[in-house]
Design a protein around this ligand. Structure first.
Ligand code: HEC
Ligand code: HEC
Length: 347
């Protein structure tokens, strides 16, 4: 019986280590931020408020340091910098409030798809719509050279992107993509805002969205979502998907080369990927990756696509694991019987 007690003690400690320590380590490596929120208006306004609070806390800290050492040039500059940061974060909040108020107004209108088909001429200057036989006027090389990135085909856009996000994107792309730190009046984002054809701008935007939704297929696979929303920047070599964008041009545009996503699922959990895609700035303040504005459903599809590619042996591994447990259970039983046999005269 002594052996069984020892076994029980070992089992209990192994379980404590596995269940208690492993999740704890994960939570430390990926500090918790609020969960993904697919109401993008609320998401942006909430995060902007958090950033203001952080900037104010940094300012208070800098001012306290300056109190102790009022003549220090560095500390004076630090306070100035912190004040500017608070102002920048506050103006961010009002920019988002303004943007989303208009995007909500657009989303509340009923769009006219037929009219939208005509207005879409404003977009075909750059974008293709291959399902309608419209090729982009730029090939991959020219698009990389002119914009730093291959302009995406919009055949699936009406399905995969959130409707309200599309409204925000059309009227103010840099703000909707959350890249205003880098792209502004002096350094404009390649995608230009839609200024309309002279009728009501909100109604015209709603018409374009209605058109994109009217031509989008009902069902889109995870891989197709990836091709629409991610492939212009990321490769997935394990699935033989290579971005059409020229690498150096992309690096110039983004400031860093977007990583291959083949095995990203192994270093980042599915939860992390979901909230990173939902709002990259929340997870990685200042990151170059734009917010892409997928719906909740299509974000989940992309993540499970990456899971399938990056961890294709997961099911096999689970099956082998169960086999191993059964094998060792039987082995333990025989070992115990054998031990009893060998030692029976002594006991
Ligand atoms: C001057 C060229 C240009 C015009 C005009 C233009 N776009 Fe774009 N668009 C781009 C580029 C470049 C990108 C890729 C930006 C990036 O990846 O950083 C893009 C990206 C997009 C995306 C993907 C955004 C995402 O979240 O991933 C959508 C949707 C889109 N455009 C819709 C439109 C619509 C609708 C119009 C017309 C109202 C339009 N664009 C007009 C250049 C343009
Ligand atoms: C316009 C280019 C662009 C698009 C489109 C884009 N990404 Fe990225 N992505 C980047 C860049 C640049 C980085 C590197 C960010 C950094 O280092 O700050 C990145 C980083 C990442 C990372 C790594 C995050 C980390 O913690 O290191 C993941 C995961 C990712 N992207 C997923 C996606 C997915 C999924 C999509 C499509 C839904 C997508 N990206 C669309 C440019 C893009």
């Amino acid at each position: 019986m002594k052996e069984l007690k020892i076994l029980a003690v070992i089992t209990v400690f192994t379980l404590i280590t596995y269940i208690g320590i492993e999740p704890f380590a994960h939570s430390q490596m990926n500090p918790h931020t609020a969960d993904a929120n697919f109401d993008y208006e609320q998401e942006d306004i909430d995060l902007a408020k958090v950033r203001i609070e952080e900037a104010k806390a940094a300012l208070a800290k800098a001012e306290k340091a300056l109190e102790k050492n009022a003549a220090d040039e560095n500390l004076i500059n630090a306070v100035e910098g912190a004040k500017k940061e608070v102002e920048a974060r506050e103006s961010d909040l009002s920019a988002y409030q303004e943007l989303w108020a208009q995007a909500s107004a657009i989303a509340a209108l009923e769009g006219n798809a037929e009219n939208g088909a005509e207005l879409f001429a404003a977009c075909t200057a750059c974008h293709g719509l291959s399902s309608q036989g419209l090729e982009s006027p730029f090939d991959a090389a020219l698009s990389s050279e002119s914009y730093g990135v291959v302009v995406p085909d919009l055949s699936l856009a009406g399905a995969v992107y959130d409707k309200k996000f599309l409204g925000a994107l059309i009227i103010n792309p840099a703000q909707a993509l959350k890249v205003t730190k880098k792209f502004n009046d002096e350094n404009p984002l390649p995608m230009t805002p839609f200024f309309g054809f002279g009728e009501d701008l909100n109604q015209e935007s709603a018409d374009i969205i209605a058109y994109l939704q009217s031509i989008a297929p009902q069902n889109v696979s995870g891989k197709e979502v990836f091709e629409t929303a991610c492939l212009r920047c990321h490769d997935v070599r394990y699935d033989a998907l290579y971005s059409p964008t020229e690498k150096n041009a992309l690096k110039g545009y983004m400031g860093s080369n977007p990583p291959d996503l083949s095995i990203m699922i192994r270093s980042r959990m599915a939860d992390y990927l979901e909230s990173f895609i939902n709002d990259p700035q929340k997870k990685l303040d200042g990151t170059a990756m734009p917010r892409v504005g997928l719906t909740k459903e299509h974000t989940a599809q992309v993540v499970s696509y990456l899971e399938k590619v990056g961890d294709s042996k997961k099911d096999e591994r689970t099956a082998i694991g169960i086999g191993m447990i059964i094998f060792f259970t039987i082995l333990t039983f025989f070992a115990y019987m054998w031990k009893r046999e060998v030692w029976k005269d002594l006991h």
